[in-house]
Design a protein around this ligand. Structure first.
Ligand code: MN
Length: 205
């Protein structure tokens, strides 16, 4: 994706129907073409005459607090919305690979005992998000951690290194699962891109 203003909405790395039957086509269309697009458009609008067009997407998130008061919160929400959604879409795939691999698998076994325990803990965290937000697997000072973020806040604000995230805003699942977030989380586990997660893990220090 274009990391600098004007920001763009990168196409999904798979077709809209690729994640069926776990995540439905209509949800993916709306989520990518409407929800993410709105964050991209809003961010570009906010930055237009701001004098901060030279900051990258990540720099905008790191420095949101230091921006002028009138754009600080809108930048946090919309730059976070762009970053978090691209991370989420890139973290899914239609693949027969249903569990972690490589260094990440070793780290998960070390930190959580085994993959089943990890799944349970990750699901509990994703269920615990009150209202809208995300659950994340991150690396923090060399250790794996599961955290949640409200709204469009991003773990990179706290200098945590993201490995995997799940969007638990209702728009991510309401058309298919209605209000039943737990079904969505179970479905999502079938489309996790564990190779992408492994790559992210290896990029974290
Ligand atoms: Mn979303």
């Amino acid at each position: 994706m274009n990391k600098y203003y004007p920001f763009e909405n990168p196409p999904l790395p798979y077709s809209y129907d690729a994640l069926n039957p776990y995540i439905d086509t209509k949800t993916m269309e709306l989520h990518h073409d409407k929800h993410l697009q709105t964050y991209v458009d809003n961010l570009n609008k906010i930055l237009k005459d701001s004098g901060f067009q030279n900051l990258s997407l990540e720099q905008l998130i790191y420095n949101a607090d230091k921006l002028p008061e009138d754009i600080s919160e809108p930048v946090r929400n919309n730059a976070g919305g762009v970053y978090n959604h691209i991370f989420y879409f890139n973290g899914m795939i239609n693949s027969p690979l249903k569990s972690p691999v490589g260094n990440l698998l070793n780290a998960i076994n070390k930190e959580f005992g085994n993959f089943e325990n990890f799944k349970k803990e990750f699901k509990n965290s994703a269920m615990s998000v009150f209202g809208s937000g995300y659950a994340w697997l991150v690396k923090d000072k060399g250790k794996l951690k599961i955290i949640t973020t409200p709204n469009q806040n991003s773990p990179i604000e706290q200098w945590l290194c993201p490995i995997l995230n799940i969007d638990v805003w209702e728009h991510a699942y309401y058309l298919k699962n209605y209000n039943v977030r737990s079904d969505y989380i179970e479905n999502w586990f079938n489309v996790v891109n564990w190779e992408a997660a492994e790559k992210n893990y290896n990029l974290c220090s």
